[in-house]
Ligand binder design. Structure first.
Ligand code: NDP
Length: 283
């Protein structure tokens, strides 16, 4: 039976979004795409990411992992950095690379292009917190946050941007944070690094626009991940009470807007944008 026959017969044609764990929205997305496929419709062209090569930094867990899963489900060939050698079962290529080392990122790019093809998109996702009240913040706290969140972004994009210029095509999404927009107690270093990404994105958006390179920012609010697992329960309750939607985001809820902005179809005329994904927290 051909694929079309199976669709006509209403058989379940492999849902395009694999279940990356107990994440209901991922399963819901799989159901939507699976249902569309069952009726002969393929939703993937809506995003135009089929066979596009995309690099996601920090794609082995947390938000980055869900971005890998979703992009793959939309047909992209996804490489991701896995600094700590704990690869997930998703994506086409796991790269042992630390964003703080320019040479490792250059080698990673060479490998992506050799094994998967010309890079179309980058999601600058790798990030850390080194929280401390400012009067107690050490130089090491400051340097660590800057070197991963900001210099790491530079190291990731720097070798790729000239190639995108030559090819006249590219799409970059930076994962900033609500904290970069409104500040955060005990997070001066993190806030500065995440605000810096907005300046980097908007400058690159201006430089890249005439070469068909779009550059955008997703600024999540609080998201369920290892990063926020460290927040003490009492503080977490206070934060949740401030969020109009009364909960933290699920990682896949960050992945969808990333895919939208990355897309040369859905996001075709969007560049220099900051998309807040925070359940109303910054209204
Ligand atoms: P996690 O702590 O769950 O994951 C962080 C990811 O970054 C891991 O894949 C980690 O890899 C990677 N990473 C850290 N340092 C490096 C490095 N030097 N080189 C390469 N990779 C590195 O965080 P989240 O998934 O929650 O966060 C992802 C992004 O979203 C971050 O930029 C974060 O600042 C941002 N964000 C998160 C929010 C939240 O509430 N969780 C809110 C707003 C923004 P490894 O496994 O090897 O350590």
């Amino acid at each position: 039976m051909s694929g079309n026959d199976k669709r006509a017969a209403g058989k379940d044609v492999a849902p395009a979004v694999p279940d990356a764990g107990a994440d209901a929205p991922v399963a819901a997305a799989a159901a939507v795409i699976g249902r569309a496929a069952a009726t002969g419709a393929d939703l993937r062209p809506l995003f135009g990411l089929e066979d596009k090569v995309v690099l996601v930094t920090g794609g082995n867990r947390g938000i980055g992992k869900q971005i890998v899963v979703l992009l793959e489900s939309l047909g992209a060939r996804v490489a991701y950095t896995d600094r700590s050698d704990r690869p997930s079962e998703h994506g086409s290529l796991a790269l042992h690379a630390d964003v703080t080392y320019p040479a490792e990122m250059e080698q990673a790019l060479e490998r992506v292009e050799a094994e998967l093809g010309p890079l179309f998109g980058i999601v600058v996702n790798a990030g850390i917190t080194r929280d401390a009240m400012f009067h107690k913040m050490t130089h090491r706290d400051w340097d660590n946050a800057m070197s991963v969140n900001l210099t790491g972004a530079y190291n990731t994009v720097r070798p790729v941007f000239p190639l995108m210029r030559e090819r006249g095509e590219g799409s970059i999404v930076f994962i900033s944070s609500i904290v970069g927009e409104r500040g955060g107690i005990g997070q001066v270093n993190y806030a500065v690094s995440k605000a810096g990404l907005i300046g980097m994105a908007r400058s690159l958006a201006r430089e890249g626009a005439r070469r068909n390179i779009r550059v955008n920012v997703v600024a999540p609010g609080f998201v369920e991940s290892d990063m926020t697992d460290k927040i003490p329960a009492e503080i977490r309750d206070q934060i949740t009470a401030e969020i109009p939607m009364q909960r933290f985001a699920r990682p896949v809820e960050i992945a969808w807007p990333v895919a939208f902005l990355l897309s040369p179809v859905a996001g075709a005329f969007i560049t220099g944008a900051i998309v807040d994904v925070n359940g109303g927290h910054r209204m």
